[in-house]
Design a protein around this ligand. Structure first.
Ligand code: ARG
Length: 577
């Protein structure tokens, strides 16, 4: 238990239970500006017991003092708060303990689970646009955190690689002589647009496209399957370019698209039928999922097989849940998808729950997100008025990062400048996304995200690099002070120590709420606390050698937490800027 606030809460709990006569009362330990922390739970408890809150707080303090010996002292304050003041020696020992750990105090999840994270999920023969920025980055950050806390994480890129558009796409490719060619990175949806234009203008082409869909669905014609595969491969190349530049973890092996589930669907329909869940409505096979209504207030069916016999998006997602739970043995299914798909997911999950598949311990969560907006408060657009292409944003971020470095550090060798520029640009793009509450929309603003001031990646990267520059000036390798137990005398030292130790709690809270912006807020506060420390506590000119080493150790640990935290967001932390 690295976070002292968590330790104190655990140590206070028995005393709260004793005074309350029950063991379900939360001590409610929170950071405080009056003391190191404050336990606020005595107030609601007093209300519950119908007693004077100060009396209750006093009784708790008396009961808990012995349990907290050597860790913290307690005082009753105000109407019945319990102020917590940590022992400097206790905090120092905790710091030394986390410094000796690779995970810097982050506790492993108990139990460790198989977690599937469904994220990014672009569509074949279409461009990746600004909407995919969010699901890709949020998913990637969560994957890194889930992995850190010891889950077995399976990344799945549920690409749209099946369905009726492939009929016209394949026919169009046949007209081109069977060649899909290299992807046009400036217009990855080019083939789609050409095929669509023909489809709309030419009835014989339309007919051909329809027949081709049937052939594709039967999976019986090798030539059709080859052409389809070429289209999928071409798009996968493009996705790889985007993921590579963006520095996200998704690889080709992680692609488990809609097509993967197609062969299993007839059996799923049978299974729904056998469970008595299948009904017919307007010739289509449907599942009536209770609790969902259309605009007219009538029950809304989940269509799993069209009148024509074709399966759809819902069928593939139902099959996907079954596959994740039964084949992969996942107990937690995380879906990073935009808010508009919420109802679709809820209906799919309910259907699989009724089927007895998505039942405890297995469960699913929708990590939804809002939109990225332009200055006009509409979805961010490119110059041509289409939703902005993700690759354009990524390239522009790198270019802008490089321009900043060229201006700030003209003396760096070119290759170092290019790499640093990339780290700053991509970092800024990612952090702007991840530091925003994912549920909300946000306005895309290059100047703000690339600023070295405020809650931005460049600010945090710079704070990290600055600590390394202190070590360069000191001629000390940060690794060499790792085993030092710091001395915490000044309030700014204690403040920084408490923040460093709260890293574990920040990661836990981020995962609890599936909200990367919590970790961002933590890192921003950490960088600020470091600045206050550095302003008030001389490091290189510390009054004694012991204090100098102690402060270097505190600085080194801060830098490690900053780098690790940025790493969890997929952001590089250069040592020089
Ligand atoms: N391809 C879909 C889209 O672009 C997202 C798929 C998300 N994942 C899923 N299991 N439905 O909207």
């Amino acid at each position: 238990m690295a976070d002292p606030l968590v330790s104190v809460a655990a140590l206070l709990a028995p005393s709260f239970a004793r005074v309350a006569g029950r063991d379900d009362v939360d001590p409610v330990v929170r950071p405080s500006d009056r003391a190191h922390a404050q336990a606020n739970g005595a107030l609601p408890l007093a209300k519950l017991l119908g007693r004077n809150p100060r009396d209750v707080a006093t009784e708790i303090v008396e009961a808990a003092t012995a349990d907290l010996a050597g860790i913290a002292t307690l005082d009753v304050a105000g109407p019945g708060f319990v102020n917590v003041t940590f022992d400097a020696g206790f905090l120092a020992a905790q710091l030394a303990a986390i410094a000796s750990e690779e995970r810097l105090g982050v506790r492993p999840a108990a139990p460790s689970e198989v977690v599937v994270v469904d994220y990014s999920a672009p569509n074949v023969a279409k461009e990746m646009h600004v909407g995919h920025l969010r699901t890709t980055l949020i998913g990637d950050a969560l994957v890194r955190m889930l992995d850190l806390v010891g889950h077995r994480v399976i990344k799945e890129n549920h690409i749209g690689d099946w369905g009726t558009p492939f009929g016209m796409l394949i026919e169009h490719v046949i007209d081109l002589g069977g060649e899909v060619g290299e992807i046009d990175l400036t217009d990855p949806g080019a083939l789609y647009k050409q095929a669509r234009a023909k489809f709309d203008a030419d009835d014989t082409f339309k007919e051909r496209a329809r027949n081709r869909v049937t052939l594709l669905q039967s999976r019986s014609d090798q030539a059709t399957m080859d052409l389809w595969q070429r289209l999928v491969d071409q798009s996968a190349d493009y996705f790889d370019v985007v993921y590579g530049k963006l520095g996200v973890l998704l690889r080709r092996d992680d692609i488990v698209g809609e097509s993967f589930y197609q062969p299993m669907m007839p059996a799923v329909i049978d299974r729904l039928d056998a469970a008595g869940l299948l009904d017919e409505s307007d010739g289509a096979k449907v599942v009536w999922v209770p609790g969902f209504q259309n605009r007219e207030g009538e029950p809304l069916p989940l269509i799993v097989q069209a009148r024509t016999g074709g399966f759809n998006y819902a069928t593939s997602d139902i099959t996907c849940v079954i596959d994740r739970v039964e084949r992969l043995h996942a107990t937690l299914l995380v879906y990073c998808i935009g808010t508009p798909q919420s109802q679709h997911l809820q209906m799919v999950w309910k259907a699989t729950e009724m089927l007895g598949v998505l039942v405890p311990p297995a469960r699913a969560v929708h990590v939804n997100n809002g939109n990225v907006l332009g200055d006009d408060r509409k979805i961010l657009k490119s110059r041509s008025g289409e939703p902005a292409m993700l690759l354009d944003l990524v390239d522009a971020a790198i270019e802008r990062g490089r321009a900043i470095v060229a201006e700030r550090s003209p003396d760096l060798p070119t290759d170092e400048r290019d790499e640093l520029g990339r780290q700053i640009g991509i970092g800024a793009l990612k952090y702007a996304e991840l530091s925003t509450d994912r549920i909300k929309d946000y306005v895309f603003d290059w100047d703000r995200m690339l600023s070295f001031e405020g809650n931005t990646a460049p600010y945090l990267q710079y704070a990290h690099a600055r600590i390394h520059s202190i070590f360069r000036r000191a001629g000390v390798d940060p690794v060499d002070v790792r085993a030092v137990v710091p001395v915490l005398g000044e309030p700014a030292e204690v403040q920084l120590a408490l923040k460093v130790l709260a890293y574990d709690g920040a990661v836990a809270e981020t995962l609890e709420r599936w909200s990367p912006h919590r970790l961002c807020t933590y890192l921003f506060e950490l960088a600020q606390d470091f600045t206050s420390f550095y302003d008030s506590c001389p490091v290189l000119k510390a009054p004694t050698d012991e204090l100098r080493t102690s402060r270097l150790a505190l600085a080194a640990l801060t830098a490690r937490v900053l780098a690790a935290g940025l790493g969890l967001l997929g952001i590089d932390a250069p040592e020089r800027m």
